[in-house]
Design a protein around this ligand. Sequence first.
Ligand SMILES: Cc1ncc(COP(=O)(O)O)c(C=O)c1O
Length: 387
Amino acid sequence: MSVPFFKLSPCDEELDNVRQVLESGWLTTGKWAQQLEGLFADYCGVQHALAVNSCTAALHLGIEALGIGPGDKVLVPSLTFTASAEVIRYVGADPVFVDIDRDTLLLDPQVVDRTLEQTPGARAVVAVHFGGQSVALDGDAGLLAVCRKHNVKLVQDAAHAFPASDTYGPVGSVGDVTCFSFYANKTITSGEGGMLVTNDDEVAKRVKMMRLHGIDRDVWDRFTGTRASSWVYDVKAPGFKYNMPDLNAAIAVAQFHKAESFRQARQVIIQQYRQAFSDIPGLTLVQSRVKDEQHSHHLFPIVLNEKSPISRDDFISTLADRGVSTSVHYRPLHQMSYYREKYELDPQAFPNTEAYWQGCVSLPAYPAMSQESIDRVITEVTHLLTR
Ligand SMILES: Cc1ncc(COP(=O)(O)O)c(C=O)c1O
């Protein structure tokens, strides 16, 4: 028996919804995308939810709508997927990479505070809810207060964090812009897809226009309107082609309704991992700053420390030989040649990210995982680290 890193759960409802879309004859953005937007706006308790074709598109549109551009600086953790930073370059601004907290792998608001003090021209912070737990946002020492103090915007990359919450409420309920991902192996999926949520009317207006060519009307509205003038539209800006087709939205709607049961299934798995691995000296577990019920448990990274009898790379390849697939999230951005060379980055400026990177391995944890597979991962990991 082999254990893949991710496997899709059965998709009966998704198939029903897709059939309805195909039979309706309307495949691009329409009532399913609108329904998905309504579900997210209600869930987050915000005024606006705008469906797009990826989280990357949502991040790009959010940053563009906040008016960030050439000469501006945006703080972003080095420990993230490249999408969180590339969107800053899309608008001609420059990323300022920040180290993470060693225990939680999240941005530390105090470190952000100090970095903002030393960064003239900073306009925003991209906070990544890494692995599925929220960055500390609320309270006097939280990231929201830090952003307010420095008059910068808070953009949240919540690609890992649906559904997730904290003392302030659901992820997406506070801050200027929050972006979710429905990529193939995320907590819910539509193959490709994303969602931007915001309470800012002006941001929402701009995103709505820029996600579809900078046209001042929705395609749905344009083709289904009964008014004689329904063919009339204007182009207000050279926008993008980032709208979410109904084919994808129909899948996402079915997945949305399963999101909490998926989250609970992942929680059951990671609780077994935690219990099994808590006494292995060569392995460090990532700490949670939120309650288990508030964590999306998208990833379960472990860190092989200096007491590990095997190197990280050998651990990964030996597990693969024994039929257990793992992954690595992520090689830090300060090491990637584009960012390293362009911004002359020194790894010593990121000691916590470096320490994590040396030993990190993400173990499989997905709702379709059988108990046999969970037991198998526990047995193999324990065997390799306690020899
Ligand atoms: C932290 C993070 N941000 C953004 C993205 C981009 O998401 P998408 O593939 O939906 O554009 C990902 C995807 O892996 C991610 O992990």
